[in-house]
Design a protein around this ligand. Structure first.
Ligand code: CA
Length: 235
């Protein structure tokens, strides 16, 4: 599955090499040259995974990992540390800071892509058979029921699938194209504005129970489900 991967690396040559290989593997890479720049990007939208260089100007990779892992909104984002240090103590420090894996430079593109796949698999919960509950809104995929305070919420099949996707991927921004891929399936030909129509219907249905605020528009990016107010900073 294609993932949005934030590459935090201050050396332009390595940054370029890594993002190029991620693109070849079908992922969507984003680049940051420092931890500070990466924080801004994470505040805007959570990536699916972060590739993080250890030695960065300003805030170090370890400090950045620690900040993400101690924050409620960002701690679920898996982190793979990239480092020139092959020392065992450094590896332990990185893992203690919350990194999910550790790759020593130089590494082969194939190894990098394989590690990403393994970390992504470990971090993708199989939630679709379980009841999901967010801020009092309950969705049961098995019975196809959505309720708020015990009252049923009437949704069309597309709005149900849209809500299921959002509730199992909270706090992340998805573009209209990504939502079409994930909810409608990439083989279906529908226009981007179709997404807006179904988002509007979903909000309308959720408004009865006061949960329409969960479905938020992120200007010029797309939509996300979030329990926080739309303009709250995450960090
Ligand atoms: Ca570096």
């Amino acid at each position: 599955m294609p993932a949005t991967i934030l590459v935090v690396e201050d050396e332009p040559a390595i940054q370029e090499l890594v993002t190029c290989n991620l693109r070849l593997a079908g992922h969507h890479p984003l680049s940051a040259l420092s931890a500070e720049e990466a924080l801004d990007m994470v505040n805007n939208a959570l990536p699916d995974l972060i590739l993080l260089d250890w030695l960065l100007p300003g805030m170090s990779g370890v400090e950045f990992a620690r900040r993400l892992k101690t924050n409620h909104y960002t701690r679920s984002v898996p982190i793979i540390m990239l480092t020139a240090r092959a020392d065992e103590n450094d590896k332990i420090t990185g893992l203690e800071a919350g990194a999910d894996d550790y790759i020593a430079k130089p590494f082969s593109p194939r190894e990098l892509v394989a590690r990403i796949k393994a970390v992504m698999r470990r971090n993708t919960p199989e939630t679709t058979d379980y009841r999901v509950e967010i801020a009092g809104l309950c969705l049961d995929p098995v019975s196809h029921r959505v309720t708020t305070a015990g009252q049923p919420v009437e949704l069309g099949p597309t709005e149900f699938r849209l809500l299921l996707f959002f509730m199992t991927h909270p706090e992340r921004v998805y573009s209209r194209a990504q939502l079409l891929d994930q909810v409608w399936g990439s083989h279906v030909f529908v226009e981007d504005r179709t997404v807006d129509v179904h988002i509007r219907r979903l909000r309308l249905a959720l408004a009865t129970g006061g949960h329409d605020y969960l479905i938020q528009t992120v200007r010029s990016v797309g939509y996300r489900l979030s329990v926080s107010k739309a303009n709250d900073s995450l960090l």
